[in-house]
Design a protein around this ligand. Structure first.
Ligand SMILES: [Fe+2]
Length: 511
């Protein structure tokens, strides 16, 4: 249940924000807290004519009013609506592709038949992609007995088990509706072994090989469902989409000052006219999860929280989001720190947590994975929890290169990486982790480390974060890349990094 304090603060804060908005002023948390406790807050704000309301000014006004409030923290206030952005003048064309995301209702009951349906649904879709591949003629396992020994044999199967035999050969057991089969990769075949390293449990793969016995194939090459190789698609409109992730509002490590700079930038607080033109094209903002830090996500987290109530964390997030210009369409996906189930696929954050913004016409809550079609281009957003299991299970992937793990997920056409490993999945009857459409953009987060790549016509981008280096990252020797918003022009597909974390930088530092 929401705390009474949180609910009251949220309602008063909203009133203050709306009042500031009507005066083309914005206000941050510290000022909101101060003024929320002040009976005559309107009169205080009316005395401040500057578009840049400072903590000093608020304090002076409070003193004039004989306020009981004492010392204040530094604040960042930004001016809103002080310039005309291209994106403001252009109506967006978009739709949330709800049919591709888990709704959280009618999900599996976890019974045996649910698991069977889940795996069959995934197998049916992915095997149909593989079976149409040129130069690949898969046979059902029961037809292998009709072939002579060492004859060419192509099959499709779901990986049940992978191990190294006593002879040092990689051995894979695959399953299909027609039975099971063993696939062997000779230890002498280095190239095929390199590919075999990519194979994870539950992958649906194609195998080109030679029959060894009625139930054993020697692999020569592996195939993945993959996305098609195609020319990158551009939009007609000169608009941009921006990406951020892992804000972690409520954590003591949340970089509020840098995030306020980012909001100020979106509101036109930029160094030059050319940058203003550039930033003014942002029509869409994607947030790829971990919007708040949550409560009880891991042991000892409570001591690391600045805001210890999850509702109050979302109240604060809402206050920040409300300061983003209304002409920007914002798509918010959940992550494992958000108040939805931890298991993938995650449904959208529910209304009860984000009452302050869920009714705003420009804020859209999507699932993870969630899909949006904007300006004729398809965006797939997945927070990225499954990448941990993938990185742990393979030799060639690292936390510092999240884009490579993302490409592996595209290659599999599957965002899940093995049922029963660290990351839990809900066996929905329809598997929403399977990548059923071919995205033009795949946006992610979770790693707190940026990474970008082009893959077969899809732009893959992993956002950094807005949280300082955590103890976990120190132990792992990982360096996050915080305070960065990227934007991509949808007409040219040019990606720009805007850095709000560099010391002494009050605005964006594009590069
Ligand atoms: Fe995170």
């Amino acid at each position: 249940m929401p705390s009474k304090t949180g609910a009251l603060l949220g309602s008063k804060s909203k009133e203050i924000i709306e009042f500031c908005s009507s005066r083309e002023q914005l206000i941050d948390r510290e000022s909101l807290e101060l003024l929320s406790a002040e009976e005559h807050w309107k009169q205080v704000l009316e005395q401040i004519s500057s578009p840049m309301v400072t903590a000093k000014e608020v304090k002076q006004c409070l003193v004039k009013h004989n306020s009981k409030l004492g010392e204040m923290m530094m604040e960042t206030v930004v001016k809103r609506g002080s310039f005309t952005a291209t994106a403001k003048e252009t109506a967006g064309r978009f739709r949330v592709m709800k049919e591709l995301e888990a709704g959280g209702k009618g999900a599996s009951e976890g019974k045996l038949k649910d698991f069977k349906e889940y795996f069959m649904d995934k197998y049916t879709f992915l095997s149909s992609l593989l079976s149409h591949r040129t130069g690949f003629a898969p046979k059902t396992f029961d037809r292998l007995k009709d072939l002579p020994k060492y004859a060419e044999a192509d099959i499709i199967g779901m990986v049940m088990k992978k191990w190294v035999s006593k002879n040092g050969n990689t051995t894979i057991e695959v399953d299909s509706p027609d039975g099971r089969c063993i696939v062997i990769v000779s230890k002498e075949d280095l190239e095929t072994n390199r590919d075999a390293d990519r194979i994870l449990l539950d992958d649906v793969i194609g195998v080109k090989g030679k029959k060894f016995s009625d139930e054993v194939i020697i692999a020569k090459r592996f195939l993945w469902p993959d996305i098609m190789q195609r020319t990158p698609k551009n939009a007609d409109t000169d608009l941009s989409a921006a990406l951020i992730s892992d804000i972690h509002v409520g954590s003591k490590l949340f970089m509020e000052k840098e995030f306020s700079r980012f909001i100020a930038w979106l509101n036109g607080s930029v160094a030059s006219e050319s940058e203003k033109r550039h930033m003014g094209k942002i029509k869409y903002l994607f947030i790829a999860g971990d919007n708040v830090d949550g409560v009880g996500i891991y042991p000892e987290q409570f001591d690391e929280l600045e805001i210890k109530d999850v509702y109050a964390q979302y109240d604060r997030l809402s206050e920040l989001i409300l300061q983003i210009p209304e002409y920007i369409e914002i798509f918010i996906a959940p992550g494992q720190h958000d108040a939805v189930r931890r298991a993938d696929p995650q449904p959208a954050i529910q209304h009860e947590f984000v009452k302050g913004i869920s009714s705003a016409g420009n804020v859209h809550f999507i699932g993870s994975p969630g899909w949006v079609e904007a300006e004729g281009l398809k965006f797939m957003v997945y927070h990225g929890a499954s990448m941990h299991d993938m990185i742990a299970a393979t030799k060639h992937l690292k936390y510092t290169e999240p884009e490579k793990a993302m490409i592996e997920l595209l290659r599999r056409r599957d965002l899940s990486t093995g049922f029963g490993l660290t990351q839990p999945y809900v066996p929905e009857r329809h598997d929403y982790m399977v990548i059923r459409e071919e995205p033009d953009f795949y946006f992610g987060g979770d790693m707190h480390i940026k990474g970008y790549a082009q893959y077969r016509g899809c732009l893959v981008a992993n956002a950094g974060c807005w949280q300082s280096r955590t103890d976990f990252q120190v132990k792992q020797g990982l360096q996050p890349t915080p305070g960065i918003c990227i934007d991509i022009n949808l007409k040219t597909r040019k990606l720009t990094e805007n850095n709000f974390a560099r010391s002494g930088n009050d605005g964006a530092d594009s590069g």
